[in-house]
Every structure is written in structure tokens, then in C-alpha cells.
Design a protein around this ligand. Structure first.
Ligand SMILES: Cc1cc2nc3c(=O)[nH]c(=O)nc-3n(C[C@H](O)[C@H](O)[C@H](O)COP(=O)(O)O)c2cc1C
Length: 183
């Protein structure tokens, strides 16, 4: 084993798919890219998200207490990186990147029509925002596009390179201790 810097832990662990986060404040919608997120609880479903004060989205989320987590697929890879390299402070990213805002049901920020899935979220706990920029969000409603052919999500390796979903290994029969989990 060769040692690597402990500060690179995120490069090994950065877990789920890279996502987009939409926010809305005073009628102005915005979108950012986010890699630092994790599931925290099954029910109610809680998602931990690190969104920092260097993002315009941070203030919008703190104030409005709502966002949508949109899950893009590989066809949007370049757009996802570009969205994370410019700010809603300067540009209307929905317009610039040709994204279609669709109305959400329970929150003001829009769903993104070009994404595989969209999760409407509300802040459940912001007690760790001051210390870690960590928002605990509750998933209120989920929308998916069943007709979409491209379903491969992107997984950030922490340095601007990504792996793309591949083979599925189905071991559901072995999950004997966890049968109660929803299929
Ligand atoms: C691949 C990638 C992953 C990112 N992950 C995060 C993240 O987890 N948390 C965060 O605060 N910013 C993250 N960013 C940075 C924001 O997306 C970036 O600062 C963006 O410009 C913020 O947009 P806004 O100012 O319009 O809110 C990421 C950027 C990229 C390209």
C-alpha cells in the first residue's frame, strides 16, 4: 500500500451521482452542481448536503429553505461541470445551458426537464450549517422520467473526472436482514 494524503478521502468516498441543485429566491431561479451529499435516514428520508457560502445557492437555500436535487445522466456531463464553474450571480444558468424548468408540486424551485429524476426538498435541520455548511434536507416528493433511455449517472472522482454507471450486480436475494426495506 502506498500512502496518499488524508485530505484526499473525498476522492475515494465521494459517493452517489453528481447532482444539480435548483433554488429560487424572489422569483429568481438558479442551479449549481453538487458532489458532497449522502443519505442520512430512511424515514423520513433525510439527505445531507454540503453547500458552501461561496455559492450563490447557499443564501437562496438558507433563506427560502427549499431546493430541488436533480439527477443528470452522462449526456449532460459537460453542462454539469460548466454549471459548477460559473455563478448565478453573473449568469442565468437555465438560459445559458438550455435547461427546461418544470414546476415542482410543493416547492418553488423548478425541476429540470433534462434530468433523470428530481427530488423536491425542504430543510429539516440547519444546525450544522454554521460549522460544516451541512444542510439536512428532507425529500418531500420525487419525480422520474420513465421514458428516458439514457439512465447512466455520473460519479465524481473529486478532481473533475467522472466514472459512469456500468454493470448492475443484483444481490437482492442475499439481503435477508433487510427485507423490510422498500423495493
Ligand atoms: C463536479 C463539481 C462538484 C461540486 N460539488 C460541490 C458541492 O458539493 N458543494 C458546493 O458547495 N459546491 C460544489 N461545487 C461548486 C459549485 O457548483 C459552484 O461553486 C457553483 O458555481 C455555484 O453556483 P452558484 O454561485 O450559482 O450557486 C461543485 C462543482 C463541480 C464542478
Amino acid at each position: 500500500m502506498k500512502e496518499m494524503p488524508a485530505s484526499h478521502a473525498y476522492r475515494l468516498l465521494e459517493p452517489g451521482p453528481i447532482v444539480l441543485v435548483t433554488t429560487a429566491l424572489s422569483g429568481k431561479v438558479n442551479v449549481m452542481t453538487m458532489g458532497f451529499h449522502m443519505m442520512v435516514q430512511h424515514a423520513p428520508p433525510l439527505i445531507g448536503c454540503v453547500i458552501g457560502p461561496w455559492d450563490r445557492s447557499y443564501g437562496a437555500l438558507r433563506e427560502s429553505r427549499e431546493c430541488v436535487i436533480a439527477i443528470p445522466t452522462v449526456d449532460l456531463a459537460r453542462t454539469v461541470v460548466d454549471i459548477g464553474n460559473c455563478s448565478g450571480e453573473q449568469v442565468d444558468k437555465f438560459k445559458k445551458f438550455g435547461l427546461s424548468p418544470l414546476p415542482a408540486r410543493d416547492v418553488a424551485p423548478p425541476l429540470i426537464g433534462e434530468c433523470l429524476a428530481n427530488i423536491e426538498c425542504r430543510i429539516a435541520d440547519d444546525s450544522m450549517v454554521e460549522t460544516y455548511n451541512l444542510f439536512l434536507l428532507e425529500a418531500i416528493r420525487i419525480w422520474t422520467d420513465p421514458d428516458r433511455e439514457e439512465r447512466r449517472t455520473l460519479h465524481h472522482r473529486g478532481d473533475g473526472s467522472f466514472t459512469i454507471d456500468g454493470e448492475v450486480v443484483d444481490l437482492r436475494k442475499r439481503m435477508v436482514k433487510w427485507r423490510h426495506l422498500p423495493a
